[in-house]
Design a protein around this ligand. Structure first.
Ligand SMILES: Nc1ncnc2c1ncn2[C@@H]1O[C@H](COP(=O)(O)OP(=O)(O)O)[C@@H](O)[C@H]1O
Ligand SMILES: O=C(CO)[C@@H](O)[C@@H](O)COP(=O)(O)O
Length: 563
């Protein structure tokens, strides 16, 4: 009998559904929906790094995309066994006692503090510092131990603490908070009991300091010192967490009717996009999967025996079962990857945007066409020119911390810098230096894992930049001095979610087996070019020097390891 599943992947700008044949991972239908309200950035303020999303964008996107794949796949809806949802994270949402997102209730419809606080929102830098200070000095267990020793402003407690401080009305109305992947899963299932609802192990372990060692979330005595609200909230959250190979519940009658499915469809426990992306790209023990898009997420799985009691410094967490149940999932990442290049592109397009508007040489239509053409071609042209610049030629040295540093050693306050500019520095030289910077930042993550005893046997690249830029992937292979395989699928997170769904429905016995059968193939591999590896190592020394200058907390590096 045929079995089908749906993977639903919530990205930063859009949500996509994929209907998959569980026999071979073949995609039978897919559909993407952009978030309408988010597109106007109505609830955001980039100057203070405030990024909020309205839950209606997520609910409308869910209904549109799932309905589309169900109707356009020619599959009997009763054969659609299960759905799994992945989202960005940490992206917490305040909800009422009835599990309704606060922004859907009267009086809060347009209040950004009542909306989902997107992963890249950095309004809670101060609160993250406070959490770190307390964790280190309160006299008890340091609860940041399994999240790299530093709590980030991108994460659950820091974000909630910030909102509790700045918006008493939201604090008082928010009975509880849910990670986005949990909320969307909860929305679909029939069991509406918040206390017994199966929350994501991945989200709780990587972002909310949940760990078996202290029986769940940090205790009230700790959280209460940050804010009494957090202590109250702790009691309304959860003790247990669950991996995504498990069932959270059956599709509710209401949603079965709305989506054209039946209540026999199972909904798996939710997870994060990077983790499901790794599963969609056939991650195995000691494989590093790098999700390279706007930012990066670096995911590794290692055995419990190999990790033992070790805690890896400066990463985004080590969590039992966050990627493959039974293994430790480790996460790191860069706050900006493609975003550094996007920033540069925007900078260069400034005259096109502003001077062109006042020019009388072209019609409005021509201006628009020119603007679009330049925007589409700029990175491609810069890439062609940057590739021609020999490594021996002096290029600027840049840091990749344009949006702070996620890892190693989170510091969201740190800023980027560029040095070694001269009158000979042209736009492609600067572009080349930015590409080098994002690759050097990647090398720091790989080095940290290896220094801490986590073996990396192979590297897989997924995400927009991995697929669009052979130049960046070749540079990365040279900088890391490791081969990089590229997954063929553009949609590995949705595919990974489909794989979890298939295991939850009992179609496969475990995630590894399902991922081997359903996961993406590879359609490219980049190998280090031995003549260039040494030259990049030299440039890396200059990157290290600039890093230490911009962030004096970085220890003096052992340069001898690179020469
Ligand atoms: N040809 C290219 N070379 C390098 N980077 C690119 C290219 N095209 C797009 N990008 C970068 O890719 C990023 C978007 O990656 P993508 O994976 O599509 O999005 P997301 O991270 O939101 O899922 C942008 O930051 C953009 O600067
Ligand atoms: O941080 C995580 C997961 O832990 C990601 O959700 C976050 O970087 C967003 O990634 P994308 O830009 O959607 O690829």
């Amino acid at each position: 009998m045929k079995n089908y599943v749906i993977g639903l992947d919530y990205g930063t700008d859009s949500v996509r559904a994929m209907l998959i044949d569980t026999e071979n991972g073949q995609e039978l239908a897919s559909n993407v929906c952009q978030y309408k309200r988010w597109a106007t950035k109505e609830y955001c303020n980039a100057s203070i790094n405030q990024f909020r999303q309205h839950p209606l964008d997520h609910i409308e996107g869910l209904e549109t995309t799932i309905k589309y794949v169900v109707q356009n796949s020619n599959v009997d809806p009763s054969l659609i066994r299960s759905i799994c949802i992945d989202t960005t994270g940490s992206s917490p949402v305040p909800v009422t006692k009835d599990g309704i997102p606060l922004a859907l209730t009267e009086g809060f419809e347009h209040n950004p503090n009542a909306m989902m606080v997107l992963w890249k929102d950095h309004t809670s830098i101060h609160e993250a510092n406070e959490i770190n200070e307390l964790a280190e000095n309160w006299g008890g267990e340091n609860f940041t131990k399994y999240v790299g020793g530093i709590y980030s402003s991108e994460w659950f407690w820091a974000k909630i603490l910030h909102i509790a401080r700045v918006d008493a009305a939201v604090k008082d109305a928010a009975y509880t908070w849910m990670e986005h992947c949990d909320l969307m899963t909860y929305l679909l299932i029939d069991n509406k009991d918040l206390k017994s609802f199966k929350r994501s192990r991945c989200a709780a372990g990587h972002k909310a300091m949940w760990h078996e060692d202290w029986n769940g979330l940090p205790p009230e005595e700790f959280l209460g010192q940050l804010h009494p609200y957090l202590a109250t909230l702790r009691g309304r959250l959860y003790d247990e967490t669950y991996t995504s190979d498990l069932v959270a519940g059956n599709l509710s009658q209401e949603w079965a009717t709305r989506l054209g499915l039946t209540t026999d469809t199972l909904i798996a426990v939710g997870t994060f996009d990077a983790h499901s992306g790794a599963v969609g790209a056939k991650i195995e023990e000691n494989t590093l999967v790098r999700v390279m898009g706007t930012s990066t997420c670096d995911i590794i799985v290692d055995s419990k025996e190999s990790i033992g009691t070790k805690t890896v410094r400066g990463i985004c967490g080590q969590v039992d079962g966050s990627v493959i149940p039974g293994f430790i999932g480790l996460e790191a990442g860069q706050s900006a990857f493609g975003d550094l290049l996007a920033w540069y592109k925007e900078l260069l397009l400034w005259p096109t945007e502003h001077l062109l508007a006042t020019s009388t040489l072209l019609t409005d239509v021509q201006k628009e066409q020119l603007r679009a053409e330049m925007s589409d071609n700029l990175i491609v042209q810069l890439t062609t020119e940057a590739e021609k610049i020999p490594l021996s030629e002096s290029v600027p040295i840049a840091l990749d911390w344009i949006n702070g540093r996620r890892t190693p050693d989170a510091n969201q306050e740190i800023k980027s810098a560029i040095s070694n500019l001269s009158l000979g520095t042209k736009a492609p030289h600067l572009f080349k230096s930015l590409v080098n910077a994002i690759c050097f930042g990647s090398k720091k993550i790989v080095d940290r894992f290896e220094e801490e005893g986590v073996k990396i046997n192979s590297v897989i690249g997924i995400g927009g930049v991995a697929r669009k830029s052979p130049y960046i992937m070749q540079t990365l292979a040279n900088v890391l001095n490791k081969p990089i395989k590229i997954a063929a699928s553009d949609q590995t997170p949705a595919l990974g979610a489909a794989i979890y769904a298939a295991v939850a429905a009992g179609i496969y016995p475990n995630v590894i087996e399902a991922s081997q059968k359903m996961g993406s193939d590879f359609d490219g591999e980049y190998f280090p070019q031995l003549d260039k590896v040494a030259a990049y190592n030299k440039l890396l020394l200059a990157y290290d020097q600039l890093s230490s200058f911009a962030d004096p907390s970085i220890k003096k590096l052992h340069h001898e390891q690179y020469v």
